[in-house]
Design a protein around this ligand. Structure first.
Ligand code: PLP
Length: 384
């Protein structure tokens, strides 16, 4: 008997503790965690520097409300601004809330209501962000949705040509995460940016999964040489403490005045302490270089061991957001990997998503590769 709404298809693993890249269950079984709380614990579990920063803040104060000046919010905002194309930050508590803020800001600034998003996208579960999400399964049973969203095919530059100047914003992920680890093509992203200019729409990049070093850059859009008007962040920003942020360009600041938008817990000092410590580690060239090196190492090894496996269609991704697209549903293989004590998660029906902490060691990558090799070899044996 559970007292919770059954909104999650939970694994049969009960967490006792977690440290670094490892989760230990109630029976003492250790799992290699290539999920990271779904791209959240980018510095691993129970990171000492974050624990210290959070403890220090706990001892000072926890919550006073946004009626007060809180220098720690300014500190985190400054780092986000210095490492992105934005100029000002609004803090909230989750990815969906960051996207809500972006949608509201885009409407208020432009005076237009239509927002263009893409098929297979994922932007959240609140009413506006569910409406923005280009996946029917997320929306089923909740209609009528907000009517002002239009979904276009992803990576289809030609489809953008039909857009006219009634659009407030185009919003997208540079790697569709939940939709199947689908990286955007360079020419598509350039066309999106060019279309925004042509029709007077804002460019919103949803970096909730791709941000905070996950793809090997501070933010994923920085691979593409574009300059978004709004960037949304959450997940990895607090390394596990709930925090979201919307980062906008200077020209948008006056659309959000006192009373335009807010959140009781937004910019909570404990979450800010975690975010400050997280960013101090990740927004660093040497750290990001290592993420890219580990990504190359992992992807090369994956290609070597399962690139030609009869079940595997494609291995793709950016940085340490990697997808193995299978020729059939991925669920059984994900379960099998977990039985071998490697935790991975699906992205869409056919993709196995690997999102280890960015601090994963080469030994841990080798261990994961060994397990993947074993599980896929067993599948071959079953297939024959
Ligand atoms: N946007 C993207 C790209 C995401 O991957 C997610 C969560 O998976 C969200 C938005 C929603 O974030 P949250 O669950 O924190 O509301």
């Amino acid at each position: 008997m559970s007292y919770l709404f059954p909104t999650y298809a939970r694994w049969n693993v009960t967490v006792k503790e977690a440290k670094g890249t490892w989760i230990t269950d109630e029976n003492g079984t250790k799992y290699l965690d290539f999920v990271s709380g779904i791209a959240v614990c980018n510095l691993g579990h129970a990171n000492e520097e974050i624990i210290q920063a959070v403890h220090d803040q706990l001892a000072k104060y926890w919550h006073t409300s946004n009626m007060f000046h809180q220098p720690i919010q300014e500190d985190v905002a400054k780092v986000l601004v210095e490492n992105s194309d934005g100029d000002a930050v609004f803090f909230c508590n989750s990815g969906a809330e960051a996207n809500e803020a972006a949608i509201k800001l885009a409407r208020k600034h432009t005076g237009k209501s239509k927002i263009v998003t893409f098929l297979q996208s994922f932007h959240g579960r609140t009413f506006a962000t569910m409406s923005a999400t280009g996946q029917e399964k997320i929306q089923q049973g909740f209609g009528p949705l907000l009517q002002t969203f239009t979904y276009l095919p992803y990576n289809d530059a030609a489809a953008l040509e039909e857009l006219e100047d009634d659009v407030a914003a185009i919003m997208l992920e540079v790697v569709q995460g939940e939709g199947g680890v689908i990286p955007a093509q360079q020419e598509f992203i350039e066309k999106v940016a060019e279309t925004c200019k042509r029709i007077g729409a804002l460019l919103i990049i949803d970096e909730i999964q791709t941000g905070i070093g996950r793809t090997g850059k501070a933010f994923g859009y920085q691979h593409y040489g574009i300059s978004p008007d709004i960037i949304t962040s959450a997940k990895g920003l607090g390394n596990g403490l709930p925090v979201g942020a919307m980062i906008g360009k200077a020209s948008l600041i006056e659309a959000f005045q006192a009373g335009s938008h807010g959140s009781t817990f937004g910019g909570n000092p404990i979450a800010m302490a975690a975010a400050k410590a997280t960013l101090a580690k990740i927004f660093n060239d040497d750290f990001l270089k290592e993420v890219n090196e580990k990504s190359d190492y992992l992807v090369n090894k994956l290609n070597r061991i399962i690139g030609n496996h009869p079940l595997v269609k494609e291995i793709r991704g950016k940085g340490l957001l990697i997808g193995i697209e299978c020729k059939k549903q991925a669920g059984a293989m994900i379960d099998q990997l977990r039985e071998h004590h490697l935790l991975v998660i699906a992205a869409g029906p056919n993709v196995i998503r690997l999102i280890p902490p960015l601090t994963v060691s080469y030994e841990e990558i080798d261990k994961a590769i060994e397990i993947i090799d074993k599980a896929f070899s067993q599948q071959t044996a079953i297939a024959h």
